[in-house]
Design a binder for this molecule. Structure first.
Ligand code: JHZ
Length: 408
C-alpha cells in the first residue's frame, strides 16, 4: 500500500535538486470538507523550485487515492465554466478539424461538462475520472466514463473498444499529476498519429503577479510556466506546438502537445523569452513572492478586523478549494466569517477543513441578510456579484486578493 505522504527532493521533470522557496505551514487537504466538528489531518504545504529547469512544485506528495476518489468539486456549478468549455470545444473542433467520427477523451473528466459540449458537436466521447461519485453524475449526463486514474490500463480499455483518440483534453489535471512521465507516455499511446493533447493548467506568472497564493494546495503538485512545461514535454518525447493564455482560474496556460513532427513555434519561444525577461528563471522572484504572502495575510486580517469593528457581519461566497488555503494560512475562522455559501449541493451542510466554517446554500443570504460578502472564489467574482444582486439584493462585496478591497 502507498504511504499517505512522501517527501520530494528531486524535480519531477528533470530529477535535479529542489530548493525550498516558501512554506504555508501545515494545512488539511483543500477539498476534505468535514461532516461535523471532527479533527482532520494536516500535511506540510511547502513550495520548491528546481534550480535546473525552474519547475515550481510541492515538496510533499499526498497519496492521490486520499484526494481524488470522492471529489466534491463539480465544474457544472458555474456559468463561467459552462461558457469556457462550450467555447473551448467549438474552437478545438474547428481548429483541429475534428469530425463527428472523431474520438475525444477527457482526463479528469469530472461531471462530464467539457465532453458534453464535444458530444453536442457530434464527436464520440469518453471520460476518465477517479472519483466514483462524479462518474455517476457524468453517466447520468450521458457521458461514458471510466472510473480510474489515467494510466496504460485506461488507455488499453479505451483503444480496444473505441480506437485511438484524435483529441485528448486534460483541464486542471496535469498540475495534479506526480508521475508526469507515465502520464505523457500513456497520452502518446492513446493519441492517433496526428492527434493532439490539450492541457490547461493555472499559470504561475499570473499567480505571482496577482498574489493568488491561495491556489497553492496539496492537489496542485506543479505550478507551470511556458518555460518549465515546454522542457518537460520535450523531455518525454512529445512537442509543444502552441501555448496560449486563457482567462480562467485567474489566468491559465492552454498547451497544445503533439506526438511528433511539431517544433515549438516562434510564438512559444517568444513566450518563454518573455518569462525569462520577467525573471521566472530566478529564485529571487519566488523568494520575494514568499515575502509578499506574509504581507498579504496581515493586510487581509487587518481589513477584516476593521469590518468587524464597525459591527458588520461577514460571510463567504464560494467554498472553493483555494478558500481553504487562504482561511487556514491566515487563521480565519468563524470569528470572522459566520458561514460560507456555495451552490454546489455536494458541499452544503459540511464544514470547511481546518477552520470548520459551515457551508450553506446561497438562500441563506436571503434569510440571514449579512452585511458583507467575502468572495472566496475571486476568479468568479463577476458571476457571483451579478447573481447575488439579481437573486438576493444589495450587499457589500469584498475581494481578498491581491489586496483586500470592496467591489462596486
Ligand atoms: P473554483 C478547482 O479549485 C479545483 P477551486 C481543482 N483542484 C483545480 O485544479 C482548480 O479548480 C483549478 C462555487 N460557486 O472553480 C462553486 C457557487 O457556489 O474557483 C465552487 O465551490 N456559485 C480541480 O475549488 C467555488 O464557488 C456560483 O455562482 O478553488 C468555485 O471554485 C459560482 C460561480 C461558484 O475552484
Amino acid at each position: 500500500m502507498r504511504a499517505t505522504i512522501k517527501k520530494v527532493t528531486r524535480c519531477r521533470s528533470c530529477a535535479n535538486r529542489l530548493l525550498v522557496v516558501l512554506s504555508l505551514g501545515k494545512t488539511p487537504l483543500a477539498n476534505s470538507f468535514v461532516k461535523s466538528d471532527e479533527k482532520e489531518k494536516s500535511f506540510p504545504l511547502v513550495v520548491c523550485i528546481c534550480e535546473s529547469c525552474y519547475l515550481v512544485q510541492l515538496g510533499h506528495v499526498v497519496n492521490p487515492e486520499l484526494m481524488f476518489r470522492n471529489y466534491l468539486y463539480t465544474t457544472g456549478v458555474s456559468e463561467t465554466f459552462r461558457r469556457h468549455f462550450a467555447s473551448m470545444s467549438t474552437r478545438l473542433f474547428a481548429e483541429l478539424k475534428l469530425t463527428p467520427d472523431s474520438l475525444v477523451v477527457d482526463i479528469g473528466s469530472n461531471d462530464g461538462l467539457l465532453l458534453g459540449s464535444f458530444k453536442k458537436l457530434g464527436c464520440r466521447v469518453i471520460g476518465i475520472e477517479p472519483a466514483s461519485n462524479l462518474v455517476s453524475i457524468a453517466e447520468k449526463n450521458g457521458i461514458p466514463t471510466i472510473n480510474d486514474f489515467f494510466s496504460d490500463s485506461a488507455v488499453h480499455a479505451i483503444t480496444v473498444k473505441y480506437g485511438r483518440a484524435n483529441l485528448v483534453t486534460a483541464t486542471n489535471v496535469f498540475a495534479h499529476v506526480d508521475d508526469v512521465a507515465s502520464f505523457l507516455s500513456s497520452a502518446k499511446k492513446i493519441l492517433n498519429k496526428d492527434g493532439t493533447l490539450v492541457i490547461e493548467v493555472p499559470y504561475i506568472r499570473r499567480m505571482i503577479e496577482m498574489m493568488t497564493f491561495d491556489t497553492i494546495y496539496h492537489e496542485h503538485l506543479s505550478y507551470f510556466s511556458a518555460l518549465s512545461i515546454v522542457n518537460l514535454i520535450a523531455r518525454n518525447g512529445m512537442q509543444v506546438s502552441k501555448i496560449e493564455e486563457v482567462d480562467i482560474h485567474g489566468g491559465s496556460l492552454r498547451v497544445f502537445v503533439k506526438n511528433r513532427d511539431a517544433r515549438p513555434t516562434v510564438a512559444v519561444q517568444r513566450m518563454v523569452s518573455r518569462e525569462i525577461a520577467a525573471r521566472l528563471n530566478n529564485v529571487t522572484t519566488y523568494e520575494r513572492f514568499a515575502q509578499r504572502i506574509t504581507k498579504s495575510k496581515s493586510n487581509l486580517l487587518q481589513f477584516l478586523a476593521s469590518v468587524k469593528e464597525s459591527k458588520k457581519t461577514i460571510v463567504g461566497y464560494g467554498a472553493a478549494a483555494k478558500a481553504n488555503t487562504l482561511l487556514n494560512y491566515c487563521g480565519i475562522g468563524v470569528d470572522y466569517i459566520e458561514y460560507i455559501v456555495d451552490d454546489n449541493p455536494l458541499k452544503q451542510g459540511l464544514f470547511t477543513p481546518g477552520t470548520h466554517i459551515p457551508v450553506l446554500p446561497s438562500s441563506a443570504l436571503f434569510e440571514r441578510r449579512p452585511d458583507c460578502i467575502l468572495v472566496l472564489a475571486w476568479n468568479l467574482v463577476d458571476e457571483i456579484v451579478t447573481k447575488v444582486r439579481q437573486n438576493y439584493g444589495q450587499f457589500e462585496f469584498i475581494v481578498p486578493l491581491p489586496h483586500p478591497r470592496y467591489v462596486r
